[in-house]
Design a protein around this ligand. Sequence first.
Ligand code: BG6
Length: 468
Amino acid sequence: MASITKTIPDDFILGAAASAWQTEGWQGKQPGQDSWMDAWYKRERHVWHNGYGPAVATNFYQRYKEDVALMKQAGLTHFRTSINWSRFFTDYRNAVVDEDYATYIDNVLDELILAGIEPMICLEHYELPAELFDNAGGWASSEVVELFVRYAGKVFERFHAKVRRWYTFNEPVVVQTRVYLDALRWPHEQNTGTWMQWNHHKNLATAKVIQLFREKGYPGTIGCILNPEVTYPRSSAAHDQKAAQMYDLFYNRVFLDPMVHGCYPELLLDTLARHEVAWHYSENDLAVMRDNCVDELGINLYYPHRVQAPSHAWNPETPFHPACYYEPFALPGRRMNTSRGWEIYPQIIYDMAMRLKTDYRNIPWFIAENGMGIENEGRFRNSDGVIEDDYRIEFYSEHLFQALRAREAGANCLGYMVWAFTDNVSPMNAFKNRYGLVEIDLENNRDRRLKKSAHWFRQIRDSRVLAL
Ligand code: BG6
């Protein structure tokens, strides 16, 4: 069968992502340096698959040299990870830098640069210091905004010569949605006002960090990594369209609009006011946001989001939840990744690209995460011990194809990064679902081995041709 090919432009990023807490492990961590995720693991360890969690993770803290050598072997042009805010200071209220941790970051950056791999650094990937969550109310508190800006300042001061691409948050909507809308995690309370306050303070913190970055004249770009869910209505009927519009408003536009256009959608402000959702902002906050939009966006995309109009009327006596406007809808006959329960629909990349082109001033962006978590990958091991993950190669090829197609259609798509470089600890599944180009062998000292997809990655990077 004839294959379709696409040329990959020379400047197109071909990378992989990770985060600090999902890989580092706790080696060298001081008392009081727990992140929100570490604390959650300690509190609710029973929900973690086989008890594996961030305590050892992939032990990147000790094994980063080995991993960078593997990145080189797999042909990555860029590697995205985070600096762990909760570990960066020994006393973060007084901004006392943990020299051991900062030296480790310096070494990781040096190793990457030496290998010809450009680092892309996120300042927070679910790594809010636990103490600020437990005792200061997390991102509901404006003190946390100021502490984050100070942290960013210290990080820029220290590493600006080695990093040219910075991001404030990874998926800023996620934590508060799990905690305050879904009430899935401690303190298990539903509160839409607190949820919106967290959103606002993360938008404000992003703007303030951008302001600082530009005032100091640091070289490079600064943006944020968002996870807009490409939302499709069940039908073209007005009530289903409205469901999709409201879903998009609450989970996507709540960050996209302020970060790219510098303001909240009127519809969001009106809807929150109509439902008497308690959150606050000042005119000064809005002015800072208006004047400090992102240079570029990272976009994490995994699956489509399908919604329909809710089947039951919302009881106005209950506290307001955005779900009063929509209900999830499962497309009959959809292609699925059954390990994760996510639909596979590569068109999401093209559709998001066109949206960014038309509604978001064609801002530069890249796929910052796209991947497939698979259970029991050992069953695909060949006689040489290599995991033959053809399903992942197919998944990546189809999604990368859509990114290249979008670029040809005028989208400002800078590149494509897979999640993840190595298997790692996931917030929902620990090591159950494996995402890596590289296997982490938990039974054998966390030894690393390239999967077939890593060899595929190397081959497309070298040839700059994608064949479907
Ligand atoms: C992304 C996150 O949303 O999804 C990662 O940025 C996460 O941190 C990844 O690991 C995969 O999701 P999950 O829940 O299967 O680990």
